[in-house]
Design a protein around this ligand. Structure first.
Ligand code: GAP
Length: 511
């Protein structure tokens, strides 16, 4: 079986081989950090969207949906701060000619120190056994304390550099920490400078700056500019939320790790409009609620952690990431941001339109505050694949690759096989297939032996396979095989239909 390091590579090739993810325009050798979703990928992606939409919109009486255009009036991005502040601090290595995000280089350096602390903790845990008290060790061991102090100093300095836009000190810090180009080992760096991440294009009928359009870097602004439209047409009253799923575009510099960081990606965002002063309460509420949403999928509670931001984005007074343990470490999966009244106030100022809410209980008007939840759909897709991709040794000289996807997310819910292509078995199998596909995405397969058919379905994560054999013709029973345990059970055709519908029902995860 593959080591953890190889697992990610295997997962990427598996995604291509089984029609989940393809490099974009591959016949021309692909386009950096842009990907296409194949026949199984699009099903999985749609199911993740459905899980989010059902939980956020259908299960919340005070959240409604929206679908806004990718192109927006250019003033939107001036108001939102993206024209002036949606920048990454960049640095180039003069020898390797590679470009990096300066903050990522420093964060990777911090992570190395963190790993040393973890090693000390593991060693001590092994030495002291059951008597080991990790909290006490961390707060008293001189090595750990020295390293933690080092981390705190670096974090404080980076925070100051970012907040004060002190790019000269950022470069000095990289040099003083002895940070080298991860690829070439060279420490020959350029200055740090800011780079705007928005893609732009031009309207056909207006020349120059006036006709400059941006591809939206987040879906959120479509929600803010429609705040009044939704308020006036949906009968919602504060507190209430507006949710949308859609494409976003960023000219990412460090675009690697497969679909983790892409230049074109999808976001699932919700803006929750609240009374000013209530942001701390709702921020905590949405942190909790969103963490539960992730954990509900059963990938393991230990796979998630919160990371509070040192430096909040230009629009936020508090921000945290829900991080997921990807094969390459804990990384951001979702952001929860307390956006204050920044966006609505900015749009109000620039558009001259009043973006306020009259609160009948307080008998006053105000610009609502906002708490945002924002999860990347493609990152959610990668988290799901990473958690579910398994290479299993079956112990009899055989092995299999299985995607242990929750049934609601699986591209195909049930595969139906006739044991052979003869004796009327295909007709009977098709009868069951035609019944089940009214409610579930199913596949009918008669090619190859049953073993091979099982392996193919395991590899795309199909939770249930139903086999029609000669006994079916005598007593109207079939076998149903469960993907993870590989256990088979013989049940009647009526029962197998009930079982499949029950096991793949949304109510299981939405409750
Ligand atoms: N509206 C707030 C916002 O856009 P963000 O933290 O920049 O906040 C939110 O992005 C989420 O979008 C991230 O947590 C991540 O899941 C996803 N995301 C951001 N940039 C991405 C990229 N280049 N590729 C894939 N997903 C990305």
């Amino acid at each position: 079986m593959a080591q953890q390091d190889d697992l990610f590579k295997n997962l990427v090739s598996h995604s291509k081989e089984y029609g989940f993810v393809f490099p974009s325009s591959e016949i021309y050798d692909g386009l950096g950090a842009v990907y296409d979703y194949g026949p199984n990928g699009v099903e999985l992606k749609n199911n993740i969207k459905l899980y989010w939409w059902k939980s956020m919109v259908q299960m919340h009486e005070n959240i409604v949906g929206l679908d806004t255009a990718i192109f927006m009036h250019p003033k939107t991005w001036k108001a939102s701060g993206h024209v002036d502040a949606f920048n990454d601090p960049l640095i180039d290595n003069k020898d390797s000619k590679k470009r990096y995000r300066a903050d990522v280089l420093v964060e990777e350096h911090i992570e190395k120190i963190n790993q040393k602390i973890l090693k000390d903790v593991e060693k001590a845990a092994a030495k002291f056994g059951e008597a080991f008290n990790e909290a006490e060790f961390r707060s008293t061991n001189p090595n750990v304390l020295r390293r933690q102090e080092e981390i705190n100093k670096i974090e404080a300095r980076m925070k100051a550099c970012l907040e004060n836009e002190d790019l000269a000190d950022f470069k000095l810090m990289i040099e003083e920490l002895g940070i080298a180009d991860p690829l070439s080992g060279s420490k020959n760096w350029t200055d740090v400078r800011q780079f705007n991440l928005m893609f732009n294009t031009q309207l056909g009928n207006i020349a120059g700056e006036e006709g400059k359009l941006y591809l939206r870097p987040e879906t959120a602004q479509g929600i803010f500019v429609n705040f009044l439209n939704v308020l006036n047409t949906s009968r919602q009253r504060i507190p209430f939320g507006i949710a949308q799923i859609g494409k976003a575009f960023r000219n990412e510099i460090v675009a690697r790790q497969f679909i983790f960081r892409m230049r074109e990606f999808e976001q699932m965002e919700m803006q929750f409009f609240i009374r000013p002063g209530e942001q701390a309460k709702w921020y905590e509420y949405w942190k909790e609620t969103r963490a539960k949403w992730h954990k509900n999928l059963g990938f393991g509670e230990e796979k998630y952690r919160f990371h509070d931001h040192l430096k909040t984005a230009h629009y936020a007074d508090a921000a945290a990431d829900i991080e997921f343990e990807f094969p390459f470490g804990f990384k951001e999966l979702e952001g929860i941001h307390s956006r204050t009244d920044f966006d609505l106030s900015q749009h109000q100022d620039l558009s001259g339109k009043k973006l306020q809410y009259f609160d009948p209980e307080l008998n006053e008007s105000y610009v609502p505050f906002v708490v945002e939840t924002s999860v990347g759909l493609d990152r959610m897709f990668l988290a799901t694949l990473s958690a579910c991709y398994k290479e299993e040794d079956l112990g009899d000289g055989n092995s299999r690759v299985v995607l242990s996807l929750p049934p609601v997310l699986a591209p195909v819910k049930v595969a139906i096989f006739p044991l052979t292509k003869k004796d009327g078995l295909p007709d009977k199998a098709r009868e069951i297939f035609n019944r089940l596909r009214l409610d579930l995405n199913c596949q009918y397969e008669e090619k190859d032996n049953i073993g091979k058919r099982y392996r193919r379905q395991d590899a795309i994560g199909t939770p249930y396979c139903i086999t029609v054999d000669h006994q079916t013709l005598e007593d109207n029973t079939v076998t149903i095989r469960e993907r993870d345990s590989m256990a088979q059970e013989r049940v009647s055709v009526e029962r197998v239909i009930e079982l499949a519908l029950e096991k793949c029902s949304w109510s299981k995860v939405l409750k």
